[in-house]
Design a protein around this ligand. Structure first.
Ligand code: S3P
Length: 452
């Protein structure tokens, strides 16, 4: 049995709810929050961050930045100050760095420290210790860093950083912003030009934020994909960062509103970077009543207010594999919407879901089946057969495998199912969306913690 990262599992149940009505102010973007703390730690001087996600994943990155020598302070709700050590200035941590549940945290930090003359050992919870790290240590070895992990390069893992990093031109074998970002971060303290080539575009927050902090970085779009070039050893300048709200968190109240009868929910100020917006395009193709109000730009990222209304007319669709990267974290909640739409929704090119916080294809397939939904899967595909609004039977306990997005997806499923949907452990929700229960209750959701 996998033991929970938090001390005791928190069983939860979600019951037929609604209508969901009101305004949902979701927390700050997880990807941008990790990067804001890390880049702040790489500047000499004070970076101010507002709207930081205070989920456990990001708090673990804040702790790690302090362990590498930055001065990190919480000033108030989502307000943080980082006094950094400069590029190449990381100090050797005195203890093991525990990144909890956060793949983004551990992989990006390994990238930064690999090109400095220090050694660090990383670990995490049972979910993170099961995830592949060879995809990071392979390119870091090209810079000259050595790594010693468990079989398959899994955590706990020690990286011996290199004193004399050599620049790298790396073609990423997997569509992963974490791999791309780890290579670019290692390139920061490397003389010369570091290049990453990605066949499929993945989220580009690292590139945008590095440019914002003053690094020289370009992206060339070619037939072979994006070629990203970073000039090493820049002097980064401290910034004031306003973190936009997370589209991956917005996905939960938006999708719940689409499937719960009579709902009308406004989710303001959502980051709509095109490398993250695949879910919303797919929902519109399904026929969702979803509108983008007040489109504008904030802090270098496109944002808008999302409005979602109950959409009984939604139909199953084919999601093309080239869209997968732009909605990689949203397939669990999309499969919940698909179960409430009419017809078959086919998600192809999704094998990366098998190495997320859990095997998300397996976790969703088993839970949906237990709730009476017909599902097909292969290594790289998930197919959900929907029978229309209100058709999901429910009445099962779903296993969350320490995975926040699996937990929130099944809680949303329960809001529109005939019988309650329970979770073995809702505790993981706190990694990315600590205010989820309260926010959803305010909209009209019926979620309870079950004392066993
Ligand atoms: C992230 C990248 C994605 C995503 C994760 C956050 C990031 O992972 O699933 O939640 O912030 O770079 P991969 O890069 O492994 O696809």
């Amino acid at each position: 049995m996998i033991l929970s990262a938090h001390d005791t599992p928190i069983p939860m149940t979600s019951r037929k709810s609604g209508p969901l009505k009101g305004v949902a102010n979701v927390p700050g973007d997880k990807s941008i929050s990790h990067r804001a703390l890390i880049l702040g730690a790489l500047c000499v001087g004070e970076t101010r961050i507002t709207g930081l996600l205070e989920g456990q994943d990001v708090l673990d990155t804040a702790k790690a930045m302090a362990a590498f020598g930055a001065d990190v302070e919480r000033l108030g709700d989502g307000e943080w100050r980082v006094n950094g050590v400069g590029v190449g200035g990381f100090a050797e941590p005195e203890n093991v760095i525990d990144c909890g549940n956060a793949g983004t945290g551990v992989r990006l930090i390994m990238g930064v420290m690999a090109s400095t003359d220090i050694t660090a050992t990383f670990t995490g919870d049972a979910s993170l210790r099961a995830r592949p790290m060879g995809r990071i240590t392979d390119p870091l070895a090209l810079f000259g860093a050595q790594s010693y992990g468990r079989q398959g390069g899994r955590l706990p893992l020690t990286i011996v950083g290199t004193k004399n990093p050599v620049p790298v031109r790396y073609t990423s074998p997997v569509p992963s912003a974490q791999v791309k970002s780890a290579v670019l971060f290692a390139g920061l303290n490397t003389p010369g030009q570091t290049q990453v080539i990605e066949a499929e575009a993945t989220r580009d927050h690292t590139e945008r934020m590095l440019a914002g902090f003053g690094a020289e970085i370009t992206t060339e779009k070619t037939d072979a994909g994006n070629i990203i070039t970073l000039i090493g050893q820049p002097e980064l300048t401290p910034q004031d960062i306003v973190v936009p709200r997370d589209p991956s968190s917005a996905a939960f109240p938006v999708c719940a509103a689409l499937i719960v009868e009579g709902s009308d929910v406004l989710v303001p100020n959502i980051g709509l970077n095109p490398t993250r917006a695949g879910l919303f395009i797919s929902l519109q193709e399904m026929g969702a009543d979803l509108t983008f109000e007040n489109p504008r730009e904030e802090g270098g990222e496109p944002v808008a207010d999302l409005r979602a209304r109950f959409s009984p007319q939604m139909k199953g669709i084919e999601i093309p594999p080239e869209r997968a990267a732009s909605m990689i974290d949203e397939f669990p909640i999309l499969s919940v919407v698909a179960a409430n739409a009419t017809g078959k929704t086919t998600m192809r090119g999704v094998k990366e879901l098998r190495v997320k916080e859990s095997d998300r294809i397996d976790a969703m397939a088993r839970g949906l089946e237990a709730c009476g939904v017909r599902v097909e899967e292969d290594e790289d595909t998930l197919i959900v057969h929907g029978n229309g609004p209100g058709s999901v039977a429910g009445g099962a306990t779903c296993v969350t495998h320490l995975d926040h997005r699996i937990a929130m997806s099944f809680l949303c499923l329960g809001m529109a199912a005939q019988k309650p949907v329970s979770l073995d452990d809702g505790g993981p929700v706190a990694t990315s969306f600590p205010i989820f229960e309260g926010l959803m209750a305010q909209l009209g959701a019926r979620i309870t913690r079950d004392n066993r």
